[in-house]
Design a binder for this molecule. Sequence first.
Ligand code: SF4
Length: 383
Amino acid sequence: MKLRTKGIPVNITEPLVIKATRFKFKLTDPNYCLILDENDPINEENGSYVLLTTSADLNKNFMGKAVFRINELSHIFEDDILLIGQTGQIKTLYRVNSRHNFILLTERCNSNCLMCSQPPKDRNDIEFLHDIHKKLIPLIPKNCYELTLTGGEPMLLGTLFFKLLDLIKIELPNTEVHILTNGRLFAINRYAEKLSEVNNPRIMLGIPLYSDYYQTHDHIVQCKDAYYQTIMGIHNLKRYGIRVEIRVVIHKLTVPRLFKLSNFIYRNLPFVDQVVFMGLEITGFTLANLSDLWIDPYDYMEELERSVKFLNERGVNAWIYNTPLCLLPESLWCYNKNSISDWKNIFFEECQKCAAIDKCGGLFASSTIKHSEYIKAFQIDPT
Ligand code: SF4
């Protein structure tokens, strides 16, 4: 799915966060830009608002702001929210027809996980992105069901992180806010306390824990003491009643202790709100470390089944994400969630003849690089 496009900018002197429309009557609201069809005339009247067009040229009398000669605009829907950059880059920040919207708070991180899907970049993007998100959040429809805040590590925003959460609470009081963090900075109790002061019960933190054994977790995260900081962070957060989800990415380094990790969670962290076991996405650092990480999901199903059942039987909600239905034993289907974001979700050719395609979450787009040998269409609907 396309989220970016590009054209030639005219008079775009600063990044614009703006909603898209194809209807001129909406332009009384200055938060809109107008998408023109190729054949629509560009006249001087158009100069009073921002224009986006695939046309090859603009009228020479045109004085307004525009991006022309854009490769493609068909992926932008009515009321989608865009970021238009000075170089003519157009990035879709929010899609009204999707439930998988996310805000990338920073590309900086204090961990360096072996399978990071968004490899950290050491450049200070925090204030620049914060300025964009401050403009974005009030434009998001109030009926937005869920918003994911991700990074990098969101906590590296410091006070700006809490300011953003305050803004979300005011502007989007009914939205579920899922924050993906490594949780390490919550080892400092004051940060957990500060998050509780935001007082938004719709916040849930997704925190990765890769092993019950500190050296394995620290190795995967590539940071000394990450394990102790994460465990302490989870304890601090739960002390203030903040919802926490533990995220376990399943790969060759986590599979051997998967059941022991489940046991550890049950005995030491039974108060977490849920545990999710997640299939590996073949992107980012995973590509570079593929031989160390790849294991065919078929080969860890027994371990996964033991772990998921163990937790659920003891009252800890455990789910399976990012795993095609045909790889799971029937006994695990009830724990499976179709979790792959729509913009990176695909189905193979084999899936087109599958009787369960409507119930299956499919695969990551990056699965074309590496995937299980056992993807196999169901001949009859198995459910
Ligand atoms: S064949 Fe495709 S659609 Fe069918 S269960 Fe497997 S991954 Fe899902």
